[in-house]
Each structure stands twice: as C-alpha cells, then as structure tokens.
Design a protein around this ligand. Structure first.
Ligand code: BES
Ligand code: ZN
Ligand code: ZN
Length: 497
C-alpha cells in the first residue's frame, strides 16, 4: 500500500473516494464538504437528510458523484460525540473506513484527518492513528484458505493542514511500522501448534535478527540444562517438541538505557497431566502471544531504532501430558535456587517465566517487562479486553498504563499485598506454583513471579490472557490474535531518554 500525505482541497482529490468524518454535534457540513455538495448539486445534503445521517458513531453515508466530481464517491462517517472522541476512536474510524471502501471495491481513497482535528491530539498524531486503524483493520489470516479475498488498498491519502505535512509524514511512517509489526505478531500467534513449535519460534527470531542486524543466541535443551533452568525444563519435558531458549538483542550505538522484555512462549498449552477440558484447551495455540509480542516489538524497533538497548527473552516450550511429564507434587529447584512445589501442571507459564526472569535479572537491565497469557483469573477479574498490570515499581507501572491510554490497548493495575503472599507458601518448598484458593489468581501468579526478579530492578508483569486473543472480533481486531501489546511497549521504548 502506498501512503501519501496531502493537504489540498477535497474537491481536487485524485482518488476514487474521499472519506471525511462528522461529529454528532455538527449541525452543518464543514466548508470543504459544503463545497463538494455544491459541485454535486446538493446531493450530499439531500442524501444526508433522506437517510437521517446524523454523525452518530459508526454511521456511514455513501454519496456517488455520478460523474460530477473528480472522485466516484464522497463518504461521510459518523464519529459520535466530540466529548468522547479520543485517539482510539480515530483508529476505529480508520477501520470503518477501510471496511466501507472494501465493500465498494475502492482501492484508492483519501481520509480527511483534518476533519478530526477537534480531538485533543495534534493532527500528525491523528493521522498516525488513522493509518494504524486502516492497517490493523485490513488484517486477515488467510494463508490456509484455498479461496482468498484479493482486495488490497493500492493508495491511501491522508489529508492534513499544510503546516503539519512534514510532521504527519513522520508520524504516519511510525504508525505504519507499529501496525505492520502488530500484524506480524498476529500472524505468528494465529499459526497453530503443529506449525509453530519452540524450534520454529527460535527460527523466526533468527530470521528477524538477520533482517535487522540483531544479535541472537538460541539455547537447546542441553544448554538449558547446563544453565540450571529446571523450572522451565520441567514444563518442556512432556513434549516431543524440544524447548528453545531465545535471547535476541538490539544494541544501538549510544544506548540511554537497557530494557529486558520477556514473553511467555508456550507454543501449545494442553495443561500437561492436569489436562484441560476440551473447551478450555481450544485456542491454547495463543499461549505464545507474549513471545510473539516480543518478536513484533523487535520487528518495530529494527525499523524505528530507539536509543535503548533491548533484550528479548523467550523460554519457548510446549506443555503436554506424557510419561516424561512433570507431575503434581514434584519439587523443582529453579535457576535462582528457589524451590517450587507443583500444585498444578497447568500453571506452567509462571515456571517458564521464573527462569527467564532470573536470566534477565543477571543482565542487570534498568527495567524488566514481561508479557504473558498467564491466568484465566485475570480474564475473570477484568474481562477479556483488558490486561492486568502488576510489578514492584509504581512509577514504571504508571508509565505503561499512561501509554496504554493512548494506544487503546486497555490495561488496569492489580494490587499486590502480603495476605495474598501467604497463599503461595508451600508445605515442602519455598513456593507453590498455584494459590491455596482460586481468589486473586492473577495476583498470586504475579507474586510467584516476583520471587525470581532481582528486587533492585524495576519490573512490570502484564497478564494478557484476555486481550491477546479473541473469538469474536472487536473494533479493528478480526477474530483470533490481536497483537496486544506491541504498540504500547514499542511506544514505551521510543519514549525512553
Ligand atoms: N495459559 C493458561 C492461561 C489462560 C487461560 C490463557 C485462558 C488464556 C486464556 C495458563 O497456563 C493456565 O492454564 N492457568 C491456569 C492456572 C491455574 C491452574 C492456577 C488457569 O488460569 O486456570
Ligand atoms: Zn496452563
Ligand atoms: Zn499457559
């Protein structure tokens, strides 16, 4: 797709459709649309009246120009109330725009970012969000379909005021990279467990490293054993697909900080010996979403080149029942010496993360962020659209929550406390891998992880079990993987100074 920034009058646009946005409170057409209305002999105002189009959220008015304008269609899309409009509304409008264009088989269109300028963000940032919405909304995972839909956008023009053109050019480029990287994450998550094994995940990391010049080190089973990552190994033991520990590094010339990103990488989670019932085992190919988010973030930073050193760490494994599987009641010594009593083999993610967090701590980074589809309890607590955020550093937590408000990747803090710490005390080892009750299950999982992080290092844990994947489709996310939270964490890295 070719993306161009323009700033001429709408009536002169050289595209098949001009798409502009109108708010519920707007009683009159904007001067630009009024101008087009005159050229079309009042067709816009007439159809608007006849179809009772009122700028309500998501409403669409399609006006064919029937040879009178330079374009084939003028399309107005309702943006709802001005008070509620924010950046994520802009992404959703980008998504509605591309869906409308697709229905009309329009492959060259203009989006009028200027018509959204009442939103309290600068016009270049609005332009960026529109592009993100278009690219995220166009995503399809269709590689296994014999009959593919061949609609592709050929040209997208984004119209801003002339004085914002250069800034918009930059912002739109960032938006395109962020959204494409998020789609890259979606692509890997959507691949099933028979395609993406731990070895395959490692290969994807190596391919990325080659493409963008990252350093990468892949450790096989023997080396993982030498590093004494016994908690991680225990999870991997039941699978015919061997584990791979992935460490990928982006090193800019003069890094201002060093950040470690960890992603839970269960290429499939059957539950192990505590096997999941069928309904709960469905979609467990998405239990590698955290790992895939890390890879998507690397795809983005390979192009956006922030001034921070970034370490991506993935303890990839498959959790399967087998004669070699780890069992309930097993006691395991993790890499950092902490002993773990297994209460349930389905609480496997925290075991793989335990050793990954110890490994990351040894790198002495300025911050550690882990992303994991860790608990069903988090989905119960917050619903399937919001991630739970926990950690040992209020400032870092707040920083990420603040960014998430702009990216539309919803996150909410979950509180640690000493009473819940009691829930993971085990009878015969330092810690249990499950809580003694099911209450606060997302938090007890976070508290378990805390035992493997160097206390001096600011650390944030993002439980993405809900929003990483969805079975219905939501806003600009089609059914399946969402690519959450690639944009938030990449933006965080770009913001570091
Ligand atoms: N991968 C699951 C968590 C999950 C659940 C992700 C639903 C996405 C959607 C995790 O490994 C798991 O099975 N957790 C258990 C923990 C329990 C045994 C303490 C859970 O949440 O039920
Ligand atoms: Zn599990
Ligand atoms: Zn899992």
């Amino acid at each position: 797709m070719n993306i161009k920034i323009t700033s001429g009058h709408l009536r002169n646009a050289r595209v098949k459709a001009v798409i502009s946005f109108i708010f519920k409170e707007d009683r009159k057409l904007s001067p630009e649309i009024e101008n087009l209305d005159r050229i079309l002999d009042g067709a816009i105002s007439q159809l608007k009246r006849e179809q009772k189009f009122d700028g309500n959220d998501g409403k669409v008015l399609v006006v064919p120009t029937l040879g009178k304008g330079k374009m084939d269609y003028v399309i107005l899309i309702g943006a709802g109330s001005k008070r509620k409009a924010d950046l994520d509304k802009v992404r959703r409008l980008g998504n509605i725009s591309v869906k409308t264009a697709k229905n009309l088989k329009i492959d060259r269109f203009l989006l009028d970012a200027e018509s959204l300028s009442v939103i309290k963000e600068s016009e270049p940032i609005i332009a960026q969000a529109l592009v993100e919405g278009v690219i995220l909304g166009s995503y399809r995972f269709d590689k296994y379909l014999s009959k593919k839909d061949d609609y592709r956008i050929k040209e997208l023009q984004i119209r801003v005021k002339r004085r914002y053109r250069d800034k918009a050019e930059n912002a739109v480029n960032t938006g395109r990279i962020l959204a494409e990287s998020q789609n890259f994450t979606r692509d890997i998550v959507n691949e099933p467990g028979n395609v993406i094994t731990p070895e395959k995940l490692a290969q994807i990391a190596q391919d990325l490293a080659r493409e963008y010049g990252f350093e990468v080190k892949i450790y096989d089973e023997e080396e993982i054993e030498k590093m004494e990552m016994n908690a991680y190994l225990a999870v991997a033991k039941g699978s015919a697909n061997p584990p791979r520990f992935i460490h990928i590094i982006y090193r800019p010339e003069k890094p201002k900080k060093k950040i470690a990103l960890i992603g839970k990488g269960l290429t499939f989670d059957s539950g192990g010996l505590n096997i999941k019932p069928g309904d709960y085992m469905r979609w467990m190919k998405a239990d590698k979403s955290g790992a895939c988010a890390v890879l998507g973030i690397f795809k983005a930073i390979g192009q956006l080149k922030p001034d921070v050193e970034v370490h991506g760490i993935i303890a990839a494994a498959e959790n399967m029942p087998d004669g070699r599987s780890y069992r309930p009641d097993d006691i395991i010594k993790a890499k950092n010496g902490v002993t773990i009593e297994i209460g349930n083999t389905d609480a496997e993610g925290r075991l793989t993360l335990a050793d990954a967090l110890s490994y990351a701590s040894e790198l002495k980074p300025d911050a550690i962020i882990d992303m994991a589809t860790l608990t069903g309890a988090c989905v119960v607590a917050l619903g399937e659209y919001t991630a739970g955020v926990m950690g040992n550093d209020e400032k870092l937590i707040d920083e990420i929550l603040e960014i998430s408000k702009k990216t539309g990747e919803w996150m909410w803090p979950l509180p640690f406390n000493d009473m819940l710490r009691e829930h993971i005390k085990a009878p015969h080892a330092d810690v249990y891998n499950i809580g003694t009750t099911r209450y606060g299950g997302a938090i007890t999982a976070g508290l378990f992880l805390e035992k493997f992080v160097d206390k001096k290092i600011p650390w944030v844990h993002i439980d993405i079990a809900g929003p990483a994947h969805n079975t219905k489709g939501w806003y600009y996310h089609p059914k399946g993987a969402t690519g959450f939270p690639v944009r938030t964490i990449t933006t965080f890295l770009l913001d570091q100074e």
